[in-house]
Design a protein around this ligand. Sequence first.
Ligand SMILES: Cc1cc2nc3c(=O)[nH]c(=O)nc-3n(C[C@H](O)[C@H](O)[C@H](O)COP(=O)(O)OP(=O)(O)OC[C@H]3O[C@@H](n4cnc5c(N)ncnc54)[C@H](O)[C@@H]3O)c2cc1C
Length: 406
Amino acid sequence: MTQIHHSDILIMGAGPVGLSLALAAVRHGLSVRVIDRITPQTLADTAFDGRASALASTSWQMLQNLGLGDRLWRDVCPIDRIAVSDGLRQGALDFDAGVDGMGVMLPNSLLRAALYETASADGDIDLVMAASVTDRTVDAHRATVTLADGRTFTASLLVGAEGRVSPTRDLAGITLSQWSYRQRGIVTAVTLEKSHQNTAFEIFYPDGPLAVLPLNDDDDGRPMASIVWTVPEGKADAWTSLSDRAFGAALTRASGGFLGEMTPIAPRSSWPLTLCQASDMVAPRISLIGDSAHIIHPIAGQGLNLGLRDVAALADVLGEGARLGLDPGDLAQLQRYQSWRMLDNMMMAAATDVLNRLYGLPGGTPSLVRRVGMQLVGRTGLIRRLIVDEARGTSGDLPQLLMASD
Ligand SMILES: Cc1cc2nc3c(=O)[nH]c(=O)nc-3n(C[C@H](O)[C@H](O)[C@H](O)COP(=O)(O)OP(=O)(O)OC[C@H]3O[C@@H](n4cnc5c(N)ncnc54)[C@H](O)[C@@H]3O)c2cc1C
């Protein structure tokens, strides 16, 4: 006889967004199961793969609220300032966050491993790894997922956290609007000759922006930075096949040499850049979080931050529902989550899209317009404040998990 395992919530995908939701949901007394096709070894591997994420202050606060602060505080590098420039022209625009900081940078491998190990240690979370899903169904009473080894799992709520390709989204019949930027993000890490002083640099070129983002010093005390270099699709292979030496020299040139020589010290990877927006974030007994619901240009380092805000909002809604004795899959409840998150996600998608297009226009006139615009922003206190609040993640109606507890 097939044994059926039931939980309140079944999360498909143990990425940073899926595991954060697992940790958040059990705090409300809900039982949670997470299914992923990757192995526990991959999730627990802390080796630096060259990828790092900018986490807004509120996202970092949320990770601390979920119990990851003690584990990660030594690994995060604070971002105190953001410096934006139009190529190497004069007139960079600086955003200073003051004492509160703008956010932190953290290697992805350390975030993934910390989330995985914290979730593994939680007796209320069942992690089903290296799983091969053969069937997914949903009816009025439950969602059911069957694995190739015959195990069957049911839940009141099925959450799609599988990233860009989401079978849960397909099961819900939710459509995805998407287009390609015809750009790729080349990602790696470098050591620097001079200190970055906890500044995130965003240097805009017509081909795409170069982001130089602060990381903690390496074991020999050399300053390190994470690199996200947006290049046209057709040129990406040429950039990825360069030797480390030639790539480092190109980076040093493109950054104007203000951080001294840059030396690549991590694998180089290249990511297709797309804008994707799901038509809905919920359906009966289904909800979507993170990249399953939306993917934006990494120009402002906000994709994961949006996903973590989805988690915080969904956890708030589910927590309140649990207190009232509601079924976690109740559609009216899920629709509250959707109306909370949809606008913020779409606004950020639009803002990053406009920014990418605006700086992608070549020629003297667009450059002049951009520089005048940057000077105006620089002089207008309110606009500066709005941009800083957006980067820190403190704008809008904040769910409980994103706030500091007293
Ligand atoms: C170049 C680049 C730089 C970026 N920099 C930043 C940044 O600085 N700050 C920021 O906030 N965001 C950044 N982002 C965005 C960020 O990386 C993503 O938004 C984030 O990783 C999404 O997390 P997720 O958990 O939703 O999805 P993912 O990280 O894609 O995780 C999905 C998980 O689901 C699993 N899975 C997939 N399919 C299945 C299946 N069928 N069954 C079971 N499991 C499945 C996968 O194995 C994986 O573990 C960047 C993105 C790019 C491309």
